[in-house]
Design a protein around this ligand. Structure first.
Ligand SMILES: C[S@@+](CC[C@H](N)C(=O)[O-])C[C@H]1O[C@@H](n2cnc3c(N)ncnc32)[C@H](O)[C@@H]1O
Ligand code: SF4
Length: 457
């Protein structure tokens, strides 16, 4: 892969990340607890039938300046106990509306830093889910961990609880970069951490971020070389999203040299080339997996799916029920988001059992747009006939709701980024680099406003 400056000038513009459609920026406050309860009951008859559970643990012992997640500085044991009790109570409320014959296919603990609290709290939550639902054959039970707070015994304990996937946030190995972003390095040699994870038969992902202060293309290549020596099952290279108007702490990074768009793209390119030349396969824009990894197999079979927790397969995905501060539930007919503030969340759940503050009810048109955008973003392919079949409607309806106009695809065709044949759009060449731009063509309701979105490449 080689990306030119002119390519970048043409395609690098603000646009949604499409981790969901519509993006979370569209959620509104009219959606409340009652509407969530209605959506929960409706979800029992919607597809996918399986259940994904997301639990947000917002606590971090130290806050990294670059971070875009919903976090809060670690609290006293008493407050953590109160938070976990609120999450358990929220589960009681939600579970009472769900059909217990459905099975759990995925549990994901995200944050914040879920491994920074005592692990028995996580066990209580997993046990509650196990006591309420049966599981599918190969459920994924995953946790995001910062290696700064990870001891080898913690990994054994996580395995005992049932975790079978750990995402390790490395971001960068270099001390100067970590200092600039106010982040602690791994407590133990990362080689020992990975070895212990593998001994416990847990799969591991490693997260890197490119575009951080003081990074150069050369230093980023060094990061990838260290990753190659570790041989994790999966690697993710996130593009640093600089949104200081939302995340004020990011302003702390502006006193350093922040890599510009050109440098960032060369980091992405270097990562892509090194990883794909050394045994990894690219999935979507920024994920990499070994050839026998289920994500890569799903990507080859064009059955990849994505939710707020990242890529998953159509087998592992379910309707996502989220718990904890800022958690976003992703149901077929609606999105629902919880209160972000820790104290407000706990007060609301203690009073009413739920803490919904905003959300979104999907219209029929938006359901079609979401399906088209998911296909393009995950599988780099969109077959309009297949979408019509899946949604049990006619292709003319699909085209009308997407305001489909092949002329809007012409510049991508001319640049050899996609092909169009019989209502099948196939992303090709370097097209996945600009897949967000391609997805925007199938989003007739999009309004791009200044300072609302990060850049697409
Ligand atoms: C909740 S954090 C990971 C868990 C743990 N707290 C840690 O830091 O290792 C999830 C991931 O989001 C990514 N991330 C956070 N802020 C980001 C930003 N502003 N731009 C791009 N990626 C970001 C990081 O790669 C991080 O590993
Ligand atoms: S990157 Fe991880 S450890 Fe750092 S503030 Fe964000 S969630 Fe916390």
């Amino acid at each position: 892969m080689q990306i030119s400056s002119s390519f970048l000038d043409k395609y690098n513009k603000p646009g949604p990340r499409y981790t969901s459609y519509p993006p979370a920026t569209s959620f509104h406050t009219g959606f409340d607890n009652q509407q969530y309860v209605d959506a929960l009951e409706k979800s029992n008859n919607d597809k996918p039938e399986s259940i994904s559970v997301y639990i947000h643990i917002p606590f971090c012992p130290q806050l990294c300046f670059f971070c875009g997640c919903n976090t809060t500085l670690s609290k006293s044991n008493q407050t953590i106990r109160r938070y976990i009790d609120a999450v358990l109570k929220e589960m009681d409320t939600v579970f009472q509306h769900l059909d217990k014959s459905r099975k759990v296919s995925q549990i994901h603990f995200g944050g914040g830093t879920p491994n920074s609290i005592q692990l028995f709290y996580l066990e209580e939550i997993v046990d509650k889910i196990k006591a309420t639902f049966a599981f599918t054959d190969n459920p994924e039970i995953a946790i995001e961990c910062s290696p700064a707070y990870l001891q080898l015994e913690h990994i054994d304990h996580l395995a005992k609880i049932g975790f079978n996937r750990i995402s390790l946030g490395i971001q960068d190995f270099n001390k100067d970069v970590l200092d600039a972003i106010n982040r602690r390095p791994s407590k133990l040699p990362i080689e020992d951490v990975i070895a212990r994870i593998k001994q416990n038969n847990i799969k591991e992902n490693i997260d890197l971020v490119y575009g951080l202060p003081l990074q150069t293309v050369e230093s980023f290549k060094g990061n990838i070389e260290r990753i190659l020596a570790l041989q994790p099952d999966r690697v993710v290279t996130f593009s640093y999203a600089h949104v200081p108007w939302v995340k004020e702490a990011q302003k702390n990074l502006e006193k350093y040299h922040l890599p510009d768009a050109d440098e960032k793209i060369h980091m992405l390119e270097a990562g892509y080339n090194l990883l794909t030349e050394n045994g990894y396969n690219a999935i979507g824009m920024d994920h990499y997996a070994k050839p026998d990894d289920e994500l890569f197999l799903a990507s080859k079979a064009k059955t990849l799916h994505r939710n707020f927790q990242g890529y998953c397969t159509r087998q592992t995905t379910g309707q996502v029920y989220a718990f904890g501060t800022s958690g976003i539930s992703q149901l077929w007919s609606a999105y629902s988001q919880n209160e972000k503030n820790l104290n407000a969340y706990m007060d609301m759940v203690e009073k009413d059992g739920l803490a919904v503050v905003r959300g979104y009810s999907m219209s029929a048109q938006e359901t079609i747009i979401r399906e088209a955008i998911n296909e393009i973003m995950c599988n780099g392919r969109l077959d309009l006939n297949e979408i019509a079949l899946r949604l049990d409607t006619q292709i003319d309806v699909i085209k009308q709701e997407l305001e489909y106009n092949p002329a809007k695809l012409q510049e991508f065709i001319d640049d050899k980024l996609l092909t169009l044949d019989n209502d099948v759009i196939q992303v090709s060449g370097d097209g996945m680099m600009v897949v967000r731009n391609i997805a925007m063509v199938f989003d007739p309701l999009l309004k791009v406003e200044e300072n609302k979105f990060s850049k697409t490449v």
